[in-house]
Structures are given as structure tokens and as C-alpha cells.
Design a protein around this ligand. Structure first.
Ligand SMILES: C[S@@+](CC[C@H](N)C(=O)[O-])C[C@H]1O[C@@H](n2cnc3c(N)ncnc32)[C@H](O)[C@@H]1O
Length: 218
């Protein structure tokens, strides 16, 4: 991935940040990231035999937590386009046959020829242009079982202007323009229009971050 697919996107990670993404997240949240992500994965209610598709998989840290809930029959498929992430995946999962990494773009239609109990996307969809997000939602829909669960872990809707000064400064500094658009949209309505019914919302980081749990309508 030499040139960016979406030049203004902040989720196509490269260089130092891609190599040290987990450490950067922990440092950037003053150590709170570790506890937060454990809680979010726990809130997914993973069953031992679940097959989970992780879109924009990252380093495998989230998958490592998810794998902790799985039996030998459980499976995780992670899709990502970054070579740096693939390398870190191999470090996390060397020899664990339950987990696989596929180098695949999630922003255009794909067909893995299998369906999953759960589809998870964490801090990726906010970084795409809005029309591209619909393709991601369609990919999630197409790869879920009927009544399967779709989880979007990402920013919640909020008004940047009412944010306290420090988090507002950090958000503006680190986020791309697509994220500013993402937080203004009604995601419950958007997923509904794509065939999902919101089941639950879990909030973290003073309600700036949310795990949206939606179900594929029967
Ligand atoms: C901000 S990171 C989040 C990683 C992980 N989901 C997490 O929560 O730690 C965004 C990830 O999305 C991947 N990504 C960006 N654009 C992508 C695309 N078009 N197709 C697949 N993966 C993509 C990046 O390589 C990166 O690993």
C-alpha cells in the first residue's frame, strides 16, 4: 500500500504509527485503552463457537481478546490491507489455526464465500468517505447469518463544539475530515436503512465512544 486509497483518510496507517499502533493508542489515552478495549470485547457477548469477521483488523490485539472467549471451534477472520498489521498479526497468532488474516480491501464489495455469527469493525468506518461506508455496511450484511450481530466500535455522535477543550483539541489534531462528518450522522438510522436493527449501545470515554450492537433482520 504505497499510495493512499483515500488521501484524506486517517485510518490508512503507515510508518511509525502502523508499526507501533497499540503502543500509540495506550500512550495517547494515558493507559486507558487497555481496559476500555477489554470491556468493549466483553460487551460483545462472544459465544465459544462463534465465527467472527473483523473488518480492518489492525494488529490483532482485539482479536487476541476475542479469541480468549472462543473454544477450538470458534474462528476469527481478520481483513486488512496493511503489511505492518499482517506482521503484527503473525506475532500475535503464530500457530493458532482459529485465526486467519486476509489481505483484502473492505471498502469495495468482496465475497469470502462463508458467513459469520458476528461482524466487528473497530475504529475504521469513520475514516472513509460517506458513500464508501455504505459498501462496508453491505459487506458486513452479506457476510452475516440471519439474526447475526454487527458491532461498530467507533466514535459516538457528538457535538465537537460542546466538548471540553483538551479532548476537542486532541480530536481535531488526530482525526481526519471524514471523522468530523462521521460524528454528525445518526448511525442507528443508517444501519436500519441497511437491514440492521440496533439492539444495544455501550458507551465509553464519557460517551464519546460507542459499541453499536445491531442485528441482521430476520
Ligand atoms: C485505526 S486502525 C484500527 C485497527 C483495529 N480495528 C483496532 O481497533 O485496533 C484502522 C485499520 O484499518 C485498516 N484499513 C484502512 N483502510 C482499509 C481498507 N480500505 N481495507 C481494509 N483495511 C483497511 C488499516 O490498515 C488499519 O489497520
Amino acid at each position: 500500500m504505497n499510495t493512499k486509497i483515500y488521501p484524506d483518510s486517517g485510518v490508512e496507517l503507515r510508518g511509525f504509527i502502523a508499526k507501533h499502533y497499540d503502543a500509540a493508542m495506550i500512550a495517547g489515552t494515558l493507559g486507558m485503552y487497555t481496559g476500555f478495549i477489554k470491556r468493549a470485547v466483553s460487551d460483545m457477548g462472544i459465544n465459544p463457537n462463534d465465527h467472527i469477521l473483523d473488518l480492518g483488523y489492525g494488529t490483532g490485539r482485539n482479536a487476541k481478546l476475542m479469541a480468549g472467549y472462543l473454544s477450538q471451534k470458534g474462528r476469527i477472520t481478520g481483513l486488512d490491507i496493511s503489511k505492518h498489521m499482517e506482521r503484527q498479526f503473525l506475532q500475535h497468532f503464530n500457530g493458532d489455526k482459529r485465526v486467519e488474516f486476509i489481505n483484502r480491501r473492505i471498502d469495495r464489495p468482496f465475497n469470502l464465500k462463508r458467513i459469520y455469527d458476528k461482524v466487528f469493525i473497530s475504529f475504521v468506518i469513520h475514516g472513509f468517505p460517506h458513500d464508501v461506508r455504505y459498501t462496508v455496511l453491505q459487506n458486513a450484511y452479506d457476510h452475516l447469518k440471519q439474526a447475526g450481530s454487527f458491532f461498530i466500535l467507533d466514535y459516538a455522535e457528538f457535538d465537537m463544539d460542546t466538548m471540553p477543550a483538551l479532548p476537542r483539541y486532541i480530536f481535531k489534531k488526530v482525526e481526519c475530515r471524514y471523522a468530523f462528518d462521521f460524528i454528525k450522522r445518526d448511525w442507528k438510522e443508517i444501519v436500519k436503512a441497511h437491514g440492521f436493527e440496533t439492539v444495544r449501545k455501550h458507551f465509553y470515554f464519557r460517551r464519546y465512544v460507542r459499541l453499536l450492537h445491531a442485528e441482521k433482520k430476520r
